[in-house]
Design a protein around this ligand. Structure first.
Ligand SMILES: Cc1cc2nc3c(=O)[nH]c(=O)nc-3n(C[C@H](O)[C@H](O)[C@H](O)COP(=O)(O)O)c2cc1C
Length: 342
């Protein structure tokens, strides 16, 4: 068994390279934006900005929660937040459990994130424990979070050697948190997806922001299997492709209520994918694995310029996607799309 800190470091290392040559099936590849040869707009004036958590972000992307709490994680988060602030996009941090348990504050991130939405992170299972509300309040206070993400990852936890097995009381914990907390809750998966039924249950207890995190990108079932002794791995291999593809998740999630904010995620690789996710019904997207791979090289050396370029390219690609569909802004693009008919 590994400590939380060691586990987080292993996660970073494996998520980056272990399955580099295994392409995950990505359901967005089958989505085709309708091409318009008569756009009648000026490419240079296309407006990608959207409102999120009472702030205006420059394009509809959030850096998804990945890490935090160790020296290397803090270095990664520092650069991610700097870039998020420079590009004026939303930023999530990874689970705060380890940092709260070891009393190592991540306050420094809020000092960098002066204008952008900064989103904290705790596990759903932690919320089910008697000290859950106290933990989530401390997580919010530590970084003065604009919202707190609660992750649901039952398959990952079962495959993880140190994972939590008792998932009773999670919905009730979330329900209590919605009533008590000073900021909105975002419920997210980590790559297997929030189904329509799960979103409806969460909607009924007052959650309004969902990060669907479907299949197509980072595969935690594979990552945790690889951390098991080799003689146990065959138990978990049949579950490697269990989950819900992103395309279905977005269509289902966006059909539940117009009041919900849907964050499309799970394998978003470029700006065209961002546009496709929005076309299907997302309000914005979040991205993790692709950003991490571009930020750190194989020797864990941080290359800020690389990720800066990736974010600039992302912006250009989203703009091209709007241009070729004849849309002046993200809001106009969303209006044009017929949710669920792709
Ligand atoms: C290295 C790494 C660590 C992660 N840690 C967390 C975490 O602590 N909490 C969480 O909610 N999600 C975590 N995630 C999941 C991401 O937030 C995201 O939901 C998931 O990776 C799907 O997006 P992707 O396909 O773009 O990677 C992590 C992802 C990566 C790559």
């Amino acid at each position: 068994m590994y400590s939380i800190k060691d586990r987080k470091i292993q996660h970073l290392n494996i998520a980056k390279y272990q399955f580099e040559n295994e392409i995950e099936y990505n359901s967005l590849d089958s989505v085709v934006l309708p091409y318009c040869a008569l756009p009648e707009i000026d490419f240079d004036t296309i407006d990608l900005s959207v409102n999120f958590l009472n702030k205006r972000i420059s394009f509809p992307v959030m850096i998804s929660g990945m890490t935090g709490g160790t020296e290397r994680s803090n270095n990664i988060n520092k650069v991610l937040v700097e870039l998020a602030e420079e590009h004026n996009i939303a930023m999530g941090i990874g689970s705060q459990r380890a940092s709260l348990e070891t009393k190592s504050s991540q306050k420094f991130l809020r000092k960098i994130a002066k204008n952008i939405p900064l989103i904290g992170n705790v596990g759903g299972v932690q919320l089910a424990s008697p000290s859950g509300i106290d933990l989530i309040k401390r997580a919010i206070n530590d970084i003065e979070a604009d919202a707190i993400a609660v992750h649901l990852n039952p398959l990952q936890e079962i495959v993880q050697p140190e994972g939590d097995h008792d998932w009773r009381g999670v919905l009730n914990g979330i329900s209590e948190a919605v009533k008590t907390l000073p900021c909105p809750i975002i419920v997210k998966e980590v790559g297997r997806g929030l189904s329509k039924e799960v979103i409806k249950s969460l909607f009924n207890v007052g959650v309004r922001i969902f990060d669907v995190a479907g299949m197509g990108g980072t595969n935690w079932t594979k990552i945790e299997t690889s951390r098991r002794p080799s003689d146990e791995q065959s138990i978990y291999q049949p579950f490697h492709n269990i989950g819900i593809p992103l395309k279905k998740l977005i269509i289902d999630a966006s059909s539940i209520s117009k009041d919900n904010i849907i964050i499309g995620s799970g394998g978003i690789k470029n700006g065209l994918d961002v546009a496709k996710a929005i076309w299907l019904g997302s309000d914005l997207v979040s991205m993790a694995g692709v950003l991490l791979k571009s930020l750190e090289d194989k020797n864990h050396k941080i290359n800020k310029k690389n990720l800066d370029n990736l974010l600039n390219n992302l912006k250009t690609q989203i703009k091209i996607s709007l241009f070729i569909t004849g849309s002046k802004s993200i809001y106009e693009f969303r209006e044009k799309s017929i949710f669920g008919e792709n």
